[in-house]
Design a protein around this ligand. Structure first.
Ligand SMILES: [Zn+2]
Length: 360
């Protein structure tokens, strides 16, 4: 066997992708994979696309629809599945278009009737409840064979969230992935027990959650950003010969160094958002007001510090304790960077259109 010149590593051999069948190198296959049964005993099938490159390399999974009403990621996965082919690809892309099919068909977050949360059900098992069994099929067939993963979510219904990644930044393998995906905001967190991110990561499959916008919608500006992020990840890990994007900055938080606060209503009533068009507020600025129906009482919610609005209520009614706005404190340097971007017109992907931002 010939030895390689120094500094050159042997290319990884192209291998079949194995679930309980095989997708050969050079093959792209659309699969309907049975993960459970309906009340009628009919198969519950998830749509999966496996794109196995003609060359060997890393295997990346993309998952969407773990929460059934979170649609932006479903669109991202559909586009990725169509966009890439085995020709010229070094490695494999596994596209899990919709993970929780019963929830997706009902257009709701959780599995219907029993409100089981698939993102607390991984890795699941053969003796788990319905959602845990589906999660288990998905996990062992399609996630476990992968090297890295991106799991796409949106805010829960009636709220919206800024485009950002959630990642355990103290894990260098995950930090690499999060930086390659290149959102402007990366928030630290290890993820909840039973979430796909935490379980896959603990299994040695670094996984980042991407949060984008609101439920029940396609938001083209966010979908486009996510597609650029996927392309950058493919480049970073050598699946494509292009150059990765570098993390564009503004914000990354680590475990203890960030103040994030949900501002909550103290009175019941009608909510009017006052912030915008950019999700940047300065200390003392009014974020929203809550008025009673006679408009005889008004509660004003001011920003307690200079901050970036990470998430906001969209449904304009509130009871005491209701979350109105998720605000993250900014240091002066970050705030000034954002202000410069706003002045240059580079912040428009985060500009509010009506009551949400980046709707396209
Ligand atoms: Zn979600």
């Amino acid at each position: 066997m010939e030895s390689d010149p120094p500094g050159v590593t042997e290319p990884e051999p192209a291998e079949p992708f194995r679930y309980d069948a095989e997708v050969d190198p050079g093959e792209k296959r659309h699969i309907r994979y049975e993960v459970g049964e309906s009340y009628l005993g009919d198969p519950v099938q998830i749509p999966v696309t496996v794109i196995n490159g003609e060359h060997g390399g890393k295997t990346l999974f993309l998952s969407a629809g773990i929460h059934g009403d979170e649609l932006n990621g479903v669109k991202v996965v559909q586009e990725v599945a169509e966009r890439y082919d085995p020709e010229g690809l070094h490695g494999t892309i596994v596209c899990l278009h919709v993970c929780n099919v019963p929830a997706y068909e009902a257009q709701q977050r959780y599995t219907p009737i029993y409100d089981q949360d698939m993102n607390r059900s991984f890795p699941g098992g053969e003796r788990s409840n319905t959602t845990g069994r589906m999660a288990n099929e998905i996990y062992r067939r399609f996630v476990a064979p992968c090297d890295i993963g991106l799991d796409f979510h949106t805010s829960t219904r009636n709220r919206t969230t800024i485009y950002h990644a959630r990642a355990d930044l103290e894990n260098t393998a995950i930090e690499r992935l999060a930086r390659a995906f290149a959102t402007n905001v990366v928030l630290y967190g290890t993820g909840d027990a039973g979430s796909l991110r935490s379980v896959a990561t603990a299994d040695g499959i670094p996984t980042v959650t991407v949060e984008m916008g609101r439920a029940h919608r396609f938001q083209p500006v966010l979908v486009e950003k996510a597609l650029e992020g996927v392309e950058s990840v493919l480049a970073e890990y050598g699946l494509l010969p292009t150059e990765p994007v570098h993390w564009p900055g503004w914000f990354e938080s680590t475990a203890a160094d960030t103040t994030k606060r949900w501002l909550r209503a103290d009175a019941g009533g009608l909510v009017e958002m006052e912030w915008g068009p950019y999700p940047l507020v300065h200390e003392g600025e009014t974020i929203c007001t809550v008025t009673n129906h006679f408009k005889t009482e008004e509660h004003v919610v001011d920003a307690p510090f200079d901050g970036l609005i990470l998430g906001a209520l969209e449904n304009p009614v509130a009871a005491p304790g209701h979350p109105l706005c998720h605000l993250m404190e900014l240091d002066r340097e970050t705030r000034e960077e954002i202000e410069r971007e706003i002045a240059r017109g580079e912040f428009d992907g985060y500009r509010a259109h009506g009551d949400v931002w980046a709707d396209g």
